[in-house]
Design a protein around this ligand. Structure first.
Ligand code: FAD
Length: 421
């Protein structure tokens, strides 16, 4: 049964123990809610464990931008392009792709950037609040986010991004080759002619440890992890019922934070949403004695990032539309390994210790779904963070805790409502 505790706070189920679910559990538990997190897997072990670690506070540019429609054919024809669409998945991807193209219209890009701004600009502060509750400040490094460009043409390609960052007050600077070398001396000087640096961004070199820290702090505040697979979320008399592969329980409220698997629960509640997965890959080079990079370095012309994770350098890439069930295809990320060794010559000879794939939970407009279900007051949504789930997890948690507690929102959350689709 959904029971109120001594503080008069209710019981809340959180479906999904990724970084969004764990952060949300902590935000709610710290306010006195009795939280139960359902995940059939270990806490944080899925997509949230293998990302590039960026808390990218200047990420106001959506994935779909004007002209994206011209790129779609290359998704199927160019195996090394910005994104890959598996032909077998084309038919299923069409509705999402149509909305994706629509989201790339200039007017929509402007409004999406405006909606991303308050989320990303509050992201770091929200993480630090949760990190203070979980003694995890040391896991968040204030080292900024660096993009480097090999050519003038490549740099010109980010004109829209610079324009949107300027419009939304993002702190960034354009670096000449010498300034890039000062930041990252081990990068080959042939790898870039200039760079773009966002100094206010943060970096988590062990994302799984951050998710664990958030969840452990929630556990200290009475939250529990129930390792069961959720089959159904339904309104019921006296609350919301959660049916798993083993049990049925009643809660006062439910937060759906199941990443790329969230759509099914929204559908059960009667809310329509456009959610697909942009699968992403990494290769991990074995740890060298020296730290080769100080921060993630993004190579936009090659659609990849090199990130100095706790256990070695990760080569991170891939936007693959192939759904939730197709087996991984590591050919594209493997094809980038020689590039990684060229730009970071000390990787030459290093063995690859891991290949990994994760499921970005992606909406076509690059905005997450955050808020109360219009169909059912006690169901809340916290998913669809796409490329920015680590970045936006803590601010999402803060917003959800505020909505559950019926506090006024710190900024307009209307753009994140589920019924925009
Ligand atoms: C290659 C790559 C690089 C990335 N780099 C960055 C980056 O640098 N910065 C950034 O901000 N973001 C990055 N991201 C995005 C980020 O990792 C994701 O947006 C984020 O991890 C999503 O978190 P989540 O908690 O919503 O989902 P998940 O981590 O997927 O967690 C969802 C959980 O729900 C559980 N679940 C699903 N269905 C059920 C069910 N029926 N019952 C019980 N449990 C269920 C799953 O087991 C899972 O644990 C990257 C992603 C990838 C793939």
């Amino acid at each position: 049964m959904g029971t109120k505790d001594g503080n008069g706070r209710g019981t809340v189920a959180v479906v999904g123990a990724g970084v969004v679910g764990a952060a949300t559990a902590l935000a709610l538990a710290s306010e006195g809610y009795l939280v139960t997190v359902f995940d059939h897997g270990e806490v944080g072990a899925g997509t949230s464990s293998g990302n590039a670690g960026g808390i990218v506070t200047g990420a106001v540019t959506p994935t779909a931008t004007p002209g994206v429609i011209r790129s779609i054919p290359s998704y199927m024809l160019d195996p090394n392009g910005a994104a890959v669409l598996r032909p077998a998945y084309l038919f299923q991807a069409i509705p999402w792709l149509v909305r994706f193209v629509e989201a790339g219209r200039p007017k929509r890009v402007s409004s999406i950037a405006k909606a991303l701004q308050p989320l990303v600009s509050h992201a770091m502060e929200a993480h630090l609040t949760l990190a203070d509750l979980s003694q995890a400040r040391g896991l968040i490094q204030p080292v900024g986010w660096l993009k480097v460009y090999g050519s003038e043409a490549g740099f010109s390609g980010n004109a829209l991004e610079r324009e949107l960052m300027t419009r939304h007050g993002v702190n960034f600077s354009i670096l000449n080759a010498g300034e890039v070398a000062d930041l990252e001396p081990r990068l080959s000087k042939n790898a870039y002619t200039c760079g773009l640096f966002q100094p206010d961004s943060g970096f988590v070199n062990y994302p799984l440890a951050l998710t664990h820290a958030y969840f452990e702090a929630a556990r200290e505040r009475r939250a529990q992890h129930v390792q069961e697979s959720v089959l159904e979320v339904r309104p019921a008399q006296g609350g919301i019922s959660i049916r798993t592969d083993r049990t049925m329980r009643l809660f006062d409220s439910v937060v759906v934070a199941a990443g790329a698997w969230s759509k099914r629960f929204a559908t059960q509640i009667g809310d329509r949403v456009s959610l697909d997965t942009e699968r992403g890959y990494h290769l991990s080079f074995a740890l060298t004695a020296d730290q080769l990079l100080r921060r993630p370095v993004c190579f936009p012309e090659n659609n990849c990032v090199l990130s100095p994770m706790h256990d070695g350098i990760s080569l991170v890439s891939g936007d693959e539309l192939a759904g939730l069930n197709a087996p991984p295809d590591y050919r594209r990320i493997r094809a980038l390994a020689p590039f990684a060794r060229t730009v970071l010559p000390e990787l030459t000879g290093q063995t690859i210790q891991r290949e990994w794939m994760g499921y970005r939970p992606s909406t076509p407009d690059s905005l997450p779904v955050i808020g109360r279900s219009p169909r059912c007051r006690n169901v809340y949504y916290a998913f669809g963070h796409g490329h920015l789930g680590l970045t936006l997890s803590a601010i999402t948690a803060k917003l959800i805790a505020g909505i559950v507690s019926e506090r006024p929102e710190p900024f307009d959350i209307n753009p994140y409502r589920i019924n925009r689709f």
